[in-house]
Design a protein around this ligand. Structure first.
Ligand code: SAM
Length: 290
């Protein structure tokens, strides 16, 4: 896929997971963050409240316990900046634990908005709950439902639906040894099938003119561009949305000329692998027979 860039990519993924990064709660000013947490290296250019930090154990900082910041990889931060999420929006995060993207979405929705943060795995939902509490999210309800139930319960309700899908985790190999140990071609195939099912289960929850954001932390085309292509061809009411332009210099176009899909690579910007895109829903009125 990468052609002449492959050597740079291989060098980057052979290094230790390079960066630690965090985004700020709106309850904390940049000044307070600088004063209470002195190890900031740089601002993340595509994320208005994100920073690369120099700190081995940011989770031990009292400001972390107080919910002043959330530790998250820059590539994961990019996903929720892919498309505009308005204040006051009604949002569904379908695969939410441990909760980094939910926390960001809750901040974007603000006090007048609503976030349903859903995680099907009963063990992982505990970590999600604890992060929702720690970050003080008042506009958020945590649920633990299968995706087919979500589809039936919330038909046409949400302005924004995020599917940060379970995937084969190829973008996480250098960060988590377990991701490498778990990988197999069979896993790619089974994840690709599950991703298609999740998208088709929850797409009906998107309101007219609403957005569906899809992301994975893997590189395989089958789980990324091909999944999106299959979804669009079987759901003609959805169409691609151009990505936030601030992300363009830090991501590659999706394969096969799908430039509304973005690929985040560790040799382009510090962080792990990620894929994301947004599509919008417009109810099509079928022509009536003459
Ligand atoms: N969005 C999360 C965040 O930012 O912290 C990370 C989500 S992780 C990539 C994918 C999640 O999908 C996992 O928490 C996993 O438990 C969940 N999942 C696994 N199987 C699922 C299924 N069949 N339906 C819905 N979610 C599933």
């Amino acid at each position: 896929m990468l052609g002449t860039e492959y050597d740079d990519f291989f060098r980057a993924v052979s290094e230790d997971a390079a960066v630690k990064a965090a985004f700020l709660s709106p309850r904390v000013s940049e000044k307070e963050f600088f004063e209470g947490f002195s190890k900031i290296r740089e601002k993340i250019p595509f994320c208005d409240n994100g920073y690369i930090i120099d700190c081995d154990l940011p989770g031990k900082n009292p400001m972390h316990h107080a919910g002043a910041f959330y530790v998250q990889d820059p590539s994961a931060m990019a996903t929720v900046h892919a498309a505009p999420v308005k204040s006051g929006a009604k949002i569904l995060d379908v695969c939410a634990a441990p909760g980094g993207k939910s926390v960001q979405l809750s901040f974007k929705a603000g006090d007048g908005g609503l976030l349903i943060s859903n995680e099907v795995d009963k063990k992982r939902v505990r970590a999600l709950l604890s992060n929702v509490e720690r970050m003080g999210l008042k506009n958020t309800i945590v649920t633990s439902l299968e995706t087919d139930k979500l589809g039936k319960m919330y038909r046409g309700y949400f302005d924004v639906v995020l599917v940060d899908a379970p995937c084969s985790g190829e973008g996480m190999f250098r960060k988590y040894d377990v991701a490498l140990g778990d990988w197999s071609e069979k896993k790619v195939v089974s994840c690709a099938a599950l991703q298609r099912k999740i998208l088709s289960d929850v797409c009906e929850t998107v309101a007219n003119d609403g957005l569906l954001i899809y992301s994975t932390c893997t590189f395989s085309e089958e789980e990324n561009e091909n999944c999106v292509k299959d979804f669009l061809s079987s759901h003609p009411d959805f169409s691609p949305v151009e990505v936030n332009r601030a992300l363009l210099p830090y991501t590659h176009d999706g394969n096969g000329g799908m430039s509304f899909c973005r690929r985040f690579y560790p040799h382009i910007y510090p962080g792990e692998g990620q894929f994301f895109c947004a599509v919008s829903y417009t109810h099509l009125t079928l022509p009536t027979k003459a």
